[in-house]
Write a protein that binds this ligand. Sequence first.
Ligand code: PMP
Ligand code: GLU
Length: 397
Amino acid sequence: MKLAERVGRIKPSPTLAITAKANALKAEGKDIISFSAGEPDFNTPSNINNAAIRAIENGFTKYTPASGTDELKDAIIDKFKRDNKLTYNRSQVVVSCGAKHSLYNLAQVLFEKGDEVIIPAPYWVSYPAFVLLADATPVILETKEAEEFKVGPAQLENAITKNTKAIILNSPVNPTGFVYSFSELEALADVIVKSGILTISDDIYEKIIYDDVPFFNIINTRDEIKDLTLVVNGVSKTYAMTGWRIGYAAGPEKIISAVSKIQSQNTSNPSSISQKAAVEALTGNQDYIGMMVDEYLTRRNYLVENLNNIGISCMTPQGSFYVFPNVSSLYGSSYMGGKILNSVDLAGYLLDEANVAVVPGVAFGNDDHIRLSYATSIENIKEGVKRIEKAIVNLEK
Ligand code: PMP
Ligand code: GLU
């Protein structure tokens, strides 16, 4: 049986695949330290869990409107006002089954054959897949480590052609952890407004930022860009709610209502119970976000310092829960049974020899690096670094 051609355009999500492999090895009894999963290791806070339990007990277990409940849309609208100084009405907001679903649906309603979509690299693994599944062409913009892997206005302007439909911006960035400043966004906004392309702004790590670095959405820099921007966010990372599958998008009504139409014909609504939980997440006590971020900060500091101490060059990220060290100095090394030529070889070596799971940078469009998620306990991080050190000492140049 022949599958549709589009299936062959993409690979399974490498971040999910490596996490699944690490979990399978653990289930076989192997002592694996996993730096692969991009998901908070904290439990969902109990006030949120209780809101879901109440929803079940009260029979809030039926279909809701396909684009989400008014109650959750209002909580999202308030969040945008409170945190981002952005004003939307209900018809400009859609709730999806995770931010990934919002992004996928946006690609489906906006992109088609012949369209080019600009994606700065390193990028989150799913962006090119969304574009390819919509029959459009990803245009990858390489960025420099020395420039914190950020795309600048001249580079963006040079990449825009008559076929360019949009740019996908993500800040804090998965996998690098860098945060675009107001002036950097302002410079990009000037180019975007002049050219009239759309921006999809993925703000999912908005709340996971350290050292008082401020967060801005590109719309904060210029009012004119609001009609050209789709903001995507969700509760997965901020509230440790990855399994609940609630994300959302806000933007021009025409685009949002097209996303709602698509949703009404595929998934219908996101889970009614999860929507009640998300209302509590967005409107309830926010104190534990600071506690989680403090814990991530301790881990980030330990990891950055100790990776550098063992000779792995690692910049200090400002946000998210990833580090993205440069491991290219290890390329060309050998070990009994093999040679390390790229990030896939190194990740394979670390898994086989050190029982440590990391994600090869090539999955994010940069083969000189690997990604480590520090959404895991400090004990695991300490043990993981020890194992990495031992494994790289055993390499021969
Ligand atoms: N954007 C980025 C950059 C991410 O890392 C993730 C994590 N999976 C998502 C979007 C999607 O998150 P979710 O679908 O869980 O809301
Ligand atoms: N965003 C997370 C990561 O980058 C979760 C996995 C995924 O959805 O790809 O690891």
